[in-house]
Design a protein around this ligand. Structure first.
Ligand code: SF4
Length: 426
């Protein structure tokens, strides 16, 4: 047994207590790991751990693994995502990313089947559990100090502890994060969530992520308490984060004072400036009413923050009969006005990007897609790379190929970047 090749299992395992990945989020066609992490490499798998020694990614490295470039990733909320290259469809055209994080549920089988049902993925989870048992029994005497410390910290992070930590995260912010804004793809969904307001304005009939509560803004004290608790929670791994999500479903409606307060406090308490990831991102949702209510003072304040701010508006459709079918209490005129405001803010403020969310699915009126084309093509005189249009599949997607064909037709006509968004939670 050599100093850094102890017999954990298989052949030639390797333990690296601290490894440095990329420090800037990049859209690239091969897998890239970000930030600082620890790694155990065995014959068949690469296991990576965040700086709190929580398992972060698992990737197979033998011929049995699905695709050499795909991997499993655990979120801070203790969910597992399978990062898929998109199968035959390819990911980039549809999502703007080379890899699509697929959660083990619902419409996320749109690109390739459900990876979690495949034997290779089940084997990877079994290998992880085996690794925990082997780590428990490992003799640390052959390891250097950093390696031994790393192993001791992994021992603390048992599957039970990881589950409890997922619950603790939700307890801190006062609920689960049922959906993250699609723009959070720019930081691989590695955001720290802070709740600035609960509920939403409309409680639409079709929506699967709503809380069902009316809208209410949190107190400044609640936001500060959450941030202090989050700093403790993320602990040694805090330096790997440069982005926050201001929750829940319509943080924009919380108004200028709350948004400025939460952003500045997050920057300070979470020490974003010290992050090893370059830049800083702030992500939130807005609605037609909140974007129309937001005045120039609010956007001036957001634009002057050290973050790049991304706001995703849930517009869903520009068509009256579709909005009625979705039981979304908005008129086409208001959607149109909100969309025009989005384009205006995107032109005027370099550090703010507003994007729009629309639905896609089977059984919607014919007039639905043409209403999106009317907005995203006819309201612009040329292609504009800022302010994407996201299409979120409804529960009933119908025929998968038909849906993707419709999306491609829309994308060709759209004068904004157009992508499919598969719901991500935390
Ligand atoms: S779509 Fe948005 S506004 Fe409507 S219920 Fe869901 S979260 Fe609330």
């Amino acid at each position: 047994m050599t100093k850094n090749r102890p017999h954990i299992n298989d052949l030639a395992p390797e333990i690296i207590a601290e490894k440095q990945g990329a420090t800037e989020y990049t859209k690239i066609s091969y897998p890239l790991r970000y930030g600082c992490y620890g790694q155990i490499r065995t014959r068949d798998y690469i296991f990576q751990f965040n700086r709190n020694a929580e398992i972060k990614t698992v990737q197979g490295r033998n011929g049995d693994w699905l695709t050499s470039s795909e991997w499993l990733k655990r979120t801070a909320g203790n969910d597992w995502q399978y990062f898929s290259a998109g199968g035959y469809s390819g990911a980039y055209n549809y999502t703007g990313e080379y890899y699509i994080p697929c959660l083990p549920y619902q419409t996320n089988t749109l690109f390739g089947g459900d990876a979690f049902q495949r034997p290779e993925v089940r084997d990877a989870f079994a290998a992880l559990h085996r690794l925990y048992r082997q780590i428990e029994a490992l003799d640390l005497t052959g390891l250097d100090r950093a390696q031994a410390d790393f192993i001791r910290r992994i021992r603390q992070m048992t599957p039970e502890t990881l589950e409890a930590r997922g619950l603790r995260l939700h307890e801190i912010i006062g609920g689960t994060v049922s959906v993250l804004p699609p723009d959070a793809r720019h930081v691989e969904y590695d955001i720290i969530p802070v709740t600035v307001a609960d509920g939403c304005l409309y409680n639409c009939g079709f929506c699967r992520v709503k809380t069902g509560r009316g809208f209410s803004v949190r107190s400044r004290q609640s936001v500060t308490d959450q941030l202090l608790a989050l700093k403790n929670f993320y602990d040694r791994d805090l330096i790997n984060y440069n982005a926050v999500f201001l929750g829940q479903h319509d943080a924009l409606n919380a108004g200028r004072e709350m948004l400025s307060f939460a952003a500045e406090k997050a920057w300070e308490i979470l020490e974003i400036k010290k992050s090893i990831m370059k830049g800083g991102g702030m992500f939130l949702f807005g609605s037609a009413d909140s974007v129309l209510r937001a005045d120039e003072a609010l956007f001036d304040a957001l634009n002057s923050l050290p973050f790049n701010t991304y706001i995703n508006l849930g517009l869903e459709s520009g068509d009256g009969s579709t909005l009625s079918m979705l039981r979304k209490p908005l008129s086409p005129a208001k959607v149109e006005e909100a969309f025009a405001r989005m384009l205006e803010v995107n032109r005027r403020y370099p550090n703010i990007e507003i994007t729009a969310n629309f639905v896609i699915g089977a059984g919607l009126p014919e007039t639905h897609l043409s209403s999106i084309i009317e907005l995203t093509r006819n309201r612009l005189d040329r292609f504009c790379p800022k302010g994407a249009a996201y299409l979120s599949p409804l529960e009933n997607i119908g025929d998968k190929n038909r849906l993707l064909t419709k999306f491609n037709e829309l994308k060709t006509l759209c004068r904004l970047p157009a992508y499919i968004y598969l719901i991500q939670r935390l």
